[in-house]
Design a protein around this ligand. Structure first.
Ligand code: SF4
Length: 199
C-alpha cells in the first residue's frame, strides 16, 4: 500500500473520529453517529496495486494502478484509481495533468484494446487476434528483408543494410526493453529506426 496515502487516510479518519468523540462528550450522540457514518471507507482499501509506465509521453513517468476484482477468483479486474509512483526515480510520485487523467484513457470507449488490420483493397480496419497480428508482421518483415537486404555495396564492401522497413520504438519502456529493442533492430540491419521521444 502506498505509504503517503495511508498517512493521509489515517489523518482524515483520525480527524473525523476526534470530532465525533468530542461531540459525544458534549451529549450529541446522534450527531456523533451521523458524523461517523459520513466517513467514507478508504477508497484504496482491498485494491490490487500494479506498477506501470504512463502511456502518454517520453518522460515515461512511473504510475501505480489500483484495481478491484480478484482475478484468482475469476472476478473481472477493474482499474479504479491511478496515481504517480512515489518510488519511481523519474517522477517521484508526481504526474502532469495528462498523466493525472490517465483513468480517462482506460475508461474511454474509443481506446484500442486489440490489434486492427486494414486488408488490401478494404476501406476499413478490422480487429484481429494478437497471434495473427504478430504472425502477419513477422511474415511481412521477413519477406521484405529477404527481398531488399543489401549485403555489400557497389564496391564490394560489406554493409548489411535493410532500408525498406522502419521501426518506431516506444520510450515508455524500461532500459532493458530499450536495449533489447535496439539489439534486435540493429542486428537485423535496419537503418530506419526512431523513437517516440523524438516525435
Ligand atoms: S505523467 Fe505527464 S510527463 Fe509523465 S509520462 Fe505521462 S504525460 Fe509525460
Amino acid at each position: 500500500m502506498n505509504m503517503e496515502l495511508s498517512r493521509r487516510a489515517f489523518l482524515r479518519t483520525a480527524g473525523a473520529g476526534l470530532a465525533g468523540t468530542s461531540l459525544g462528550a458534549m451529549g450529541f450522540d446522534a450527531v456523533e453517529a451521523a458524523q461517523i457514518a459520513h466517513v467514507k471507507p478508504f477508497r484504496l482499501a482491498n485494491t490490487t496495486e500494479t506498477r506501470n509506465t504512463c502511456t502518454y509521453c517520453s518522460v515515461a513517468c512511473g504510475i501505480i494502478m489500483y484495481s478491484k476484482g480478484d482475478l484468482r477468483k475469476g472476478e473481472k479486474a477493474e482499474i479504479t484509481h491511478i496515481e504517480g509512483d512515489s518510488d519511481h526515480p523519474t517522477n517521484r510520485g508526481t504526474l502532469c495533468p495528462k498523466g493525472a487523467a490517465l483513468l480517462d484513457i482506460v475508461k474511454s470507449p474509443s481506446r484500442l484494446t486489440q490489434p486492427m488490420v486494414r486488408k488490401p483493397g478494404s476501406d476499413k480496419f478490422e480487429p484481429i487476434a494478437w497471434g495473427e497480428a504478430l504472425d502477419r508482421i513477422a511474415r511481412a518483415m521477413k519477406d521484405d528483408r529477404d527481398k531488399n537486404f543489401v549485403a555489400t555495396n557497389k564496391d564490394g564492401v560489406t554493409v548489411n543494410r535493410w532500408t525498406t522497413t522502419g521501426f518506431l520504438a516506444a520510450s515508455a519502456t524500461t532500459n532493458e526493453t530499450a536495449w533489447c529493442t535496439y539489439k534486435v533492430v540493429r542486428s537485423a540491419g535496419m537503418l530506419v529506426f526512431d523513437n517516440q521521444a523524438r516525435v
